[in-house]
Structure formats: structure tokens, C-alpha cells
Design a protein around this ligand. Structure first.
Ligand SMILES: [Fe+2]
Ligand SMILES: [Fe+2]
Length: 384
């Protein structure tokens, strides 16, 4: 019959005791230096062990066996009602749990411990004198990992505990690697997302460059929309999304021919129809993204020319049917367009622009957004 081999980094007591010193010191020799215990990082003896048994004799016996084998982080209790709080505070790597105890017994405790576990399950080594198949089946169904029959066979205690701890060690490492991989994937996704938004922002600047030499319009609209959103009480997360997304509101202008976009005079109805398509073109460019930034950008690109009274474009939405982010960007966009020069018009003074916009409350603009607009720092918004 083959003898069971000890696990790596772990020697059971019988083998450790059989080792002989390599050098016998003479009485005159200086005292030999005390060797520092060097532990293999895989040594399961540095893992935490919790013993719970209502019989003090069993607790003392197991504690002594574990100490003999070199386990140096062992705790125990003879009170089963302490087990849950000990697991919480001590976070053992293995629980040696007696089955027959005053309530809660080993079954009940296994059930409770498994029910609250959220990460890698802690192995439970059940200590029992009851070796019937029914007991074992019930315990296994509740989540017990292995059994130790009373009276204990010392070698078996050692081997079963070390097997479970080794598995625990591997599971913890796997969980750690998974967490690292997840963090890496998240960092990569964020980086890709930022690169994508950055690319789209540059594309929006290409469109902007054609009708605004200074290329400041998109940035100013984004900052004013965020300032307006803050006045209106939007959450910080929503404000950050709004600022990113608002910058892309006119991205669809890349699809508008120069002859229309840069026309110095008034557009003909046909030309205006083409101009209107910058909303749908922009939304199509930003569509089908899993990114919340680009989803909001698509919504804003599509709806930033919808009017509160339903006379806007492209879909003639009215009132609250227009997404709130688009209603906010519309106010910021019109204010910026009025107060800055364009190929087809001069810049308007800030007070005149405010008066003109107030007159359009309830027709062009959402009255709630305009109430917030009253509190905006208009000079700052116009300067950007
Ligand atoms: Fe626009
Ligand atoms: Fe705009």
C-alpha cells in the first residue's frame, strides 16, 4: 500500500519528528544561532484556523495537534453562538466545526455561514462521531467540505485540513487573479472609451471649424449646459455626462455642404431642410454605442433643435417629450449662437440676447430651464 505524500510546504508531525540534527554541538561551542523560520509562501500553516467544538477536550486536542504541526494562527471556541461573530471578525481560512453542539448545532451554523457568504467559500471540516450516510448527505447538501470522524486519527486530521487549505489557497489566488484581470479590463475599457470620445470631439471640431474659426462654440455650449444643469440640481454624475455629450451636439454638421453651412445670407427653405439634417446625421453617427456618454450625445445631437411648443425639428416633439438634456443644451446653444459672430450674422450684446430669449420662454424654451437660465452667470457663459 502506498503511503500518502505530504503536500508541498507541509510536513505532518510524524515525519517532522523523525528528522535528525545534522551537527551535534560540543559543550564548549558557542551557542548556535537560532534559525529564523523560513516559510515557503505556499505553506498552509500560516493560514487561519477556527476550531468550534463544545467539548473543551476536543478543542484542546485539536489545538495541540495544529500547534505541533506548526500552525501559528489558530483560534477556538466552545460556544457555538460565538461562531458567526468569530468568522466575521477573524475571517478564518478553514472552520473545524463540531456537528453535535447545543443550538445552533453544526448543521444550523453551516446553513447560516453559507447563506451569508459573498466571496470564496471558507471550507468547513465537520467533526462528528455520527458517520451515518444520512448525516453525511445532509451535511454535504448544506455545504460542508469534508468530515473528520471522532475519535480523531491524528494523521488524518493533518491531511484533511491541509488538503482543504491548499484548495482554499488556490481558490483565493484565482479570485485575486480574476479581480486583477477585471480591473485591467475596466482600465482598458475606460481608456478606449476616452479615446473614442476624444476622436469624436475632434470630429466635432472639424465641423465647427467650418462655421466658427475660433472653434470655441462646442466647448462653451458644453460648459454653459453643465453650469445650467448644476443650477437645475442635476447630480454630479449626470453633469459630467452632460458636459461631455453637449460638446458633440453639432457633430452632424460634418455632413452639411459648405454652400449651405457657410452661406452668408438667409437659407432657402430647401437649404434649411438640408441644414436640419445635421440633427439626424449626428444621432446616426453616435448611435448604437454602449457608452452612456455617447448615448446621451446621440440624444442631444438629435433633439437640440426641438422646441417646447412642438415647432422644432427633426421630429416636432413638444414639452417634456423632449429629453431634458436636449432642452438644457438648446438654451445654452441658442445663447452662445446669439452672442457670437457667425458667417451669416453679427454677435448680439449679452443683455439683448437674454431679453430675446426670455420672450421665447414657453415657445422655444422650457420654462423650467429658463428659470435656471436666469441664475446663470451670463457674461461668464458668453466668454466661455
Ligand atoms: Fe445644432
Ligand atoms: Fe450649436
Amino acid at each position: 500500500m502506498q503511503t500518502a505524500q505530504p503536500l508541498k510546504g507541509f510536513e505532518c508531525a510524524t515525519e517532522a519528528r523523525s528528522m535528525q540534527p545534522v551537527h551535534a554541538y560540543e559543550p564548549d561551542d558557542p551557542a548556535p544561532p537560532k534559525p529564523e523560520p523560513i516559510r515557503d509562501p505556499d505553506d498552509v500553516r500560516s493560514m487561519r484556523v477556527l476550531i468550534a467544538d463544545d467539548a473543551p477536550f476536543n478543542v484542546a486536542l485539536l489545538s495541540r495537534l495544529l500547534a505541533d504541526w506548526g500552525f501559528d494562527d489558530v483560534r477556538s471556541t466552545t460556544d457555538s453562538s460565538d461562531v458567526e461573530s468569530l468568522v466575521e471578525s477573524y475571517r478564518p481560512d478553514i472552520i473545524m466545526l463540531d456537528l453535535q453542539m447545543p443550538a445552533p448545532d453544526g448543521f444550523e451554523l453551516t446553513h447560516r455561514l453559507r447563506a451569508r457568504e459573498t466571496d470564496t467559500p471558507v471550507p468547513i471540516l465537520m467533526l462528528t462521531a455520527d458517520t451515518t450516510i444520512e448525516t453525511r448527505r445532509r451535511a454535504l447538501a448544506l455545504g460542508v467540505s469534508d468530515f473528520l470522524s471522532k475519535p480523531f486519527d491524528h494523521e488524518e486530521v493533518c491531511l484533511r485540513a491541509s488538503n482543504l487549505l491548499r484548495t482554499r489557497q488556490l481558490e483565493l489566488r484565482l479570485a485575486e487573479q480574476n479581480a486583477e484581470l477585471e480591473a485591467f479590463a475596466t482600465r482598458r475599457t475606460v481608456a478606449l472609451e476616452e479615446a473614442r470620445i476624444d476622436m469624436l470631439r475632434h470630429l466635432a471640431r472639424v465641423a465647427e471649424h467650418r462655421d466658427d474659426d475660433t472653434q470655441q462654440h462646442n466647448g462653451r455650449v458644453a460648459r454653459s449646459a453643465a453650469a445650467l444643469g448644476e443650477i437645475l440640481g442635476l447630480a454630479p454624475d449626470a453633469l459630467e455626462l452632460l458636459q461631455y455629450a453637449a460638446e458633440l451636439h453639432d457633430i452632424g454638421k460634418v455632413a452639411i455642404p459648405d454652400s449651405i453651412l457657410l452661406k452668408p445670407g438667409k437659407l432657402t427653405p430647401e437649404e434649411f431642410d438640408v441644414m436640419k439634417t445635421h440633427t439626424t446625421a449626428g444621432a446616426a453617427m453616435l448611435a448604437d454605442s454602449a457608452s452612456p456618454h455617447l448615448q446621451m450625445a446621440a440624444t442631444i445631437a438629435l433633439s437640440h433643435h426641438e422646441r417646447w411648443d412642438g415647432n422644432g425639428y427633426p421630429h416636432g416633439l413638444s414639452g417634456r417629450a423632449i429629453p431634458v438634456e436636449a432642452r438644457i443644451v438648446m438654451v445654452a446653444d441658442v445663447f452662445d449662437a446669439l452672442t457670437h459672430e457667425r458667417p451669416y450674422k453679427d454677435a448680439m450684446d449679452v443683455p439683448d440676447a437674454i431679453t430675446l430669449m426670455r420672450d421665447q420662454t414657453g415657445s422655444f424654451f422650457d420654462p423650467w430651464v429658463m428659470a435656471g437660465f436666469e441664475h446663470l452667470d451670463h457674461e461668464q457663459a458668453a466668454r466661455g
